[in-house]
Design a protein around this ligand. Sequence first.
Ligand code: DGJ
Length: 698
Amino acid sequence: MSYQRWTLRTENTSYTVRLSPDGPWAELDAWGPHGVEIGPSALEGSHRTHFITPADAAPAEYLPHGLRPFADADLIAGRPGSERGVWWTFDGAETEPGTLRLGFTDEVLGLRTVLCYATVPGTDVIHRWTEFFSTGDEELRLERLDSAAVTVPVTTGARLTCLTGQWSREFQYTRTDLVRGTFSIGSTQGAPGHAYAPWLAVQDAAAPLDAPAPAYGVALEWPGNWHITAQAEPGGVVRVRSGRVPHEGAVYLAPGDTLTTPRLACAFSPDGPDGLSRVWHRYERHLAGPRLHRPRKVLYNSWEATGFDVDAAGQLDLAKTAADLGAELFVVDDGWFTGRADDTGGLGDWHPDPAAFPQGFETFVADVRALGLDFGLWVEPEAVSPTSRLYAEHPEWVYRIEGRPGRLVRNQLILDLGRTDVQDFVLTTLDRLLTDYDIGYLKWDMNRPPTERGRPGAGPADRLDLDAQHVHGYLRVLDHLRSAHPDVTVEGCAGGGGRIDHATLARTDVVWPSDNTAPLDRLTIQHGFLHAHAPHLMSSWVTDAPGVFDPRPRSLAFRFVTAMCGVLGIGADLRAWTADQRAEAARWITRYKQVRDVVHQGEARLLGSPDDATCGVQYDSADGSRIVVAAFSTGPLDGAPLVPGRPARLRLRGLDPGAAYRETSSSTTYSGSHLLHYGLPFTWSADHDAELAVLTRR
Ligand code: DGJ
């Protein structure tokens, strides 16, 4: 049969969409390596249905309820008070190199829907989103408005990989099989949340676990409420749809209105979740643009050392020691502003506490800078303490519901950043801080989701779309920081990793994956994080043993090598460190500076997992001339300490088998073939539980 088909090509993949022979909708024809579209579609069914309609059985790219009456729909729309459902006809395609727009119109309802596609240059990612145009003369109600759906042909159900967690335990790499029924992850916390990353990988459940097999990934670019839902359909496919979730349960379109959904990034790799991780890394390097090439400075953050007990003398003491070790940036975290003796006050009143900085904050910043350090500051722009002056002056700026008591989370309220006056307040506050003081780094934190979420007096509450307005306010402020203060590095944080999505990552330079810095817990968090996100974004601190959460002891070397897997920082109380510890730290920082370009800009490969006795991460420079391997002994007895025993080994990947590689600290030369086949040896002992190996190609 011949169909109208369109193929989008990325660096290594093809994505082919066709018009269905069965009705007015688009279907996925093929998605995979270049050429996969030549041959009958693997998603092709028998075109016979019983008890359902062809639309229910189709590998549809996007179908509304109405046209698709029984299987999951991507759009549920109607006029308020009338039957729900859209029955549209195809009204044309627009193509440009790398983009495709497919239009569908329901003239009776007065809704035009356009499915949009765009390839992302230099990557294997395709953006998909949907645009709605209200073309009639009556209001429309959209109670589901997903961004896109993708269909994966599977034989025995799907293997789903997601990143699950909770506060202090984010990014746990989690696999589950879906044979029939529905699997759904998401958040209604006005942020992606700690429970799930807005990210999913799908494979055939029959794919081998220990060998490369095709993997399809999606990630939603939306720092608000969201869902990703996978459904194993009766016809033997798994269909994944994703989109934002309106706080009010629906979005309304007035006649003439248009609405654009967030983008769903869709990625493919023939090499399983591991290969997919490199597709996502490349995509996130693309998001960073030229900012990728600014060296991420070695940071010292005083939060774990001093908590709210911030004053100039104590901070300068820490800054001096940090500078002596080789740190390049000193960040004062929470506690620097008036009224912030603990977490019950101060938020919203963003003025340095004169009692803590008696010579003035400007002098304090200059003193830090005189040590050769850049200066960074923590803020939580959306937060407000009930005892603050800001709240006294503007109680109407927080989310609230008339007649309902507002609850506190971490003793604080949250500003309604959807309001333009609140956005302007935040912009002015940040501009003032960044202009009055010599600040090169800003950590934007957010520690509470909205609970009683309303905006009294703003018209019908069900028409507000507060979640989208907050997201737009947040992104507006981040965009402003980029344009008005381009030299300021921005760190994204939400009580750890509570707000990490591609919209945030496109506007920040690093993110804080978790408040948990205990070495073995952190290794697991970073293992999950690096499946979805690139090393240059992953802020990681060396903190004090036994750690706040996880008492399992590990060496200082282990903590350094773990933090060096991303953007190295130190959060320990350096005042208590011995001369030996400080000397060791200085050596690690020097080594990190020698390899950070490879770690942040090279290709990363995860070697095993923290469940293994020995695991690691391999980073290759773009030209393959330098290989950095961070290796860890996670605890179980492994290799050489056994009697008799041999060194543990990590098999490297992606090397040239015929080339020679010299490991710099031992001066041992290995063939690529040896490293690929036997692996790089590590001789662990009770005191030696981590190593950073650097290999140069000869
Ligand atoms: C939560 C963050 O994740 C921490 O790093 C720290 O900044 C605290 N907030 C400060 O209140």
